[in-house]
Design a protein around this ligand. Structure first.
Ligand code: NAP
Ligand code: MG
Length: 487
């Protein structure tokens, strides 16, 4: 590996403005997926730590300065947090790559800038959230106050650890909520670092608490906790359903951003070179461990054979390599389990009758690591498991279609509805197909673009509620109606 692997400090919980050990004293080890070597030990939050963090967040919300602070002051502090992330960009990007296995190119050029963008975009909203005056009757003065919800529990996955921390925390904090953040057990390091930088920026104690730990223990305890007003979750559909059931007992509000099996549709009238690049980036960016990955490629019959041949050539050239090498574009999958799951799906695809035209194998780098080749499955039928189930790895299922109606029908014939791509040079088709697709996001002649200013979230079993954009501010606030008799 190209890195000297300078030691990483042990990770601790952040509760009430301090880095602390778990009440139980328990720790777990986080591992580098590219080398299979331990990175450092991390304190493991248990139910007692959840109680402590919620008490701190509750106090910070109920009696602390945060929600009472002038919005311009919250704006200043969140902007500063964005600046501190930028100032520490190299260190944070490296931590993310060590913990998750994604290429340093992505951590440094995509993920860190997105986190900065998110904190600074929502910093601006702190001063712009407002209720309305609503004319109901001349004898009344009637208006709404837009108020924070209270304590928000954020539970995030391992695929975009720092980006998810930003997406969940920035809008919640801008609106005056306090947060308890639980990163995924596999990738706790950057969320802890962001928690430290939040204190350095001057966020008051208890406003942002970070609890690395297990979903089944710390995560469950958060979902059950009566002191948490809302859970904002990104992860698998199965865990999302479980959270929804458990949250009913305390009537928690929910935002659930779940899995996907997003169609990327290439029409024969597309700019085919651009579509080829988009199809490749749509599935191999982030090693395919991307909830919105364009994992079902629908290709129109008349261009199918030529397009798939070129795609397979491109995939064969994308060999996985050392994630710390800045030239690397395909890193290691996050864990051995994830690698086994992904390779298992390649076998399922073969048994179902799909042809592996690129990749399909494990590809260790220097004899180690959970790397999988960029894989293309040709001749997939939309009813196959490899077309219906989220694989969450660098495996593309390619499906043939004839005409717009069949494309839309196949695209929508799945339980998920997170994102979709459309490649065409016909402007009417671009708009009409975008309207007909069941998805929270549609990209036309582009794929996998994100910005703090654009809402992101799903429909169907991809969940509900939105992260980002002005839209998400509704999900972290509530309206209070005030009626005043003036006569
Ligand atoms: P996951 O199990 O849904 O984990 C997401 C987060 O939820 C993690 O912080 C996890 O903690 C926590 N969690 C797990 N069980 C919980 C529970 N009972 N109550 C509260 N929180 C709980 O997802 P995963 O294991 O990371 O990945 C599994 C599959 O989910 C992937 O293969 C992929 O299909 C899908 N996935 C989707 C997305 C997405 O953005 N849509 C992201 C990641 C994964 P632990 O880390 O301790 O488990
Ligand atoms: Mg790790």
């Amino acid at each position: 590996m190209t890195d000297t692997l300078a030691p990483v400090r042990p990770g601790r919980l952040i509760i009430n403005g301090e880095a602390v050990d778990a009440a139980s004293g328990r720790t777990f080890t986080t591992t580098n997926p590219a080398t299979e070597a331990p990175i450092c030990d991390v304190a493991e939050a248990g139910p007692e730590d959840v109680d402590r963090a919620v008490a701190a967040a509750r106090a910070a919300f109920d009696t602390g300065p945060w929600p009472k602070m002038k919005p311009s002051e919250r704006q200043r502090l969140l902007w500063k947090l964005g600046e501190l992330v930028e100032k520490n960009a190299d260190e944070i990007a490296r931590l993310e790559t060590l913990d998750n296995g994604k290429p340093l190119f992505e951590s440094r050029q995509v993920d860190v800038p997105m986190v900065v963008n998110t904190f600074q975009y929502f910093a601006g909203w702190a001063t712009k959230l407002a209720g309305e005056t609503l004319p109901v009757h001349p004898a009344f003065f009637t208006y709404t106050l837009r108020e924070p919800l209270g304590v928000i529990g954020a539970i995030i996955p391992w695929n975009f650890p720092m980006i998810m921390a930003g997406w969940k925390c920035a809008p919640a904090l801008a609106a005056g909520n306090t947060v308890v953040l639980k990163p995924a057990e596999l990738t706790p390091l950057t969320a802890i670092r962001i928690g430290e930088l939040a204190l350095e920026a001057g966020l008051p104690p208890g406003v942002l608490n970070v609890l690395p730990g297990k979903g089944s223990i710390a995560g469950e305890a958060m979902v059950k906790h009566a002191g948490i007003d809302k859970i904002s979750f990104t992860g698998s559909t199965d865990v999302g359903k479980r959270i929804m059931r458990t949250a009913a007992d305390t009537m928690k509000k929910l935002t659930l951003e779940l899995g996907g099996k997003s169609p990327n549709i290439v029409f024969a009238d597309a700019d085919l070179d651009a579509a080829l690049r988009g199809a490749t980036a749509g599935i191999f960016y982030g090693k395919g461990e991307v909830c919105a990955a364009g994992s079902r490629l629908l290709v129109e019959s008349s261009i199918y054979d030529e397009f798939v041949a070129k795609l397979a050539d491109r995939a064969k050239k994308m060999a996985p390599a050392d994630p710390l090498d800045p030239k690397t574009r395909l890193g290691a999958l996050v864990s051995r389990d994830q690698m086994d799951k992904v390779l298992g799906y390649v076998d399922i695809g073969r048994k179902e009758g799909a042809r592996v035209v690129a990749g399909g194998e494990r590809a260790p780098v220097n004899g180690k690591g959970w790397f999988v080749q960029a894989t293309v499955l040709d001749g997939v039928d939309n009813a196959m498991r490899v077309a219906q189930e989220e694989i969450f790895g660098p495996v593309l299922a390619v499906i043939r279609f004839d005409g717009v109606d069949e494309a839309v029908k196949l695209a929508n014939a799945v339980d998920y509805g997170l994102a979709a791509g459309v490649w065409t040079q016909n402007v009417k088709k671009a708009h009409s197909v975008s309207r007909r697709l069941q998805a929270g996001t549609v990209w036309v002649n582009m794929y996998n673009f994100y910005d703090a200013g654009m809402p992101f979230g799903g429909t169907k079993q991809s969940g509900f509620g939105r992260d980002l954009g002005p839209e998400c501010l509704r999900d972290v606030t509530q309206a209070k109606s005030v009626w005043i008799s003036v006569e």
